[in-house]
Design a protein around this ligand. Sequence first.
Ligand code: HEC
Length: 119
Amino acid sequence: MKKVLVTMLLIALSATAAQAGLRVVGRGAERQFDPSSFPPAMKANYDVVRVKCVKCHTLERLVVAVQTGVAPISGQPFDRSATKAYGIKMLRKPDSNMTKGQVKQAVDLMNYLLSEAER
Ligand code: HEC
């Protein structure tokens, strides 16, 4: 009986954890953030990211980086002190088709996502 209660408690706790902070929708390569609870400025930033950052890969990379704290390709740390460098790295890719202002919006969003993921 005790075991059943503990299991139920653990399931309840993990369900709550999944709801708090960031919400991700979709599976596998289709994974992306659910912006419904974002403040307006971050919704606007995410609109830019959803258009600009999917030219060469899906948003799965960003989801994995934010959720794990590790950049999925390089295995380097992905934290608030690193987001600007990742933004610049993406800007410098050939035909990235982004402005500096759009990259700044993406960096602000990444920092917001990281702080939400910590909650
Ligand atoms: C012009 C193509 C291109 C665009 C546009 C692009 N990326 Fe990338 N991205 C890449 C490539 C290529 C890699 C493979 C790893 C590398 O070279 O850094 C990558 C890797 C990544 C990684 C994993 C980095 C690592 O070190 O593991 C993240 C996170 C990422 N991109 C996020 C973004 C975000 C956010 C944007 C929009 C601001 C974006 N990408 C726009 C080409 C692009």
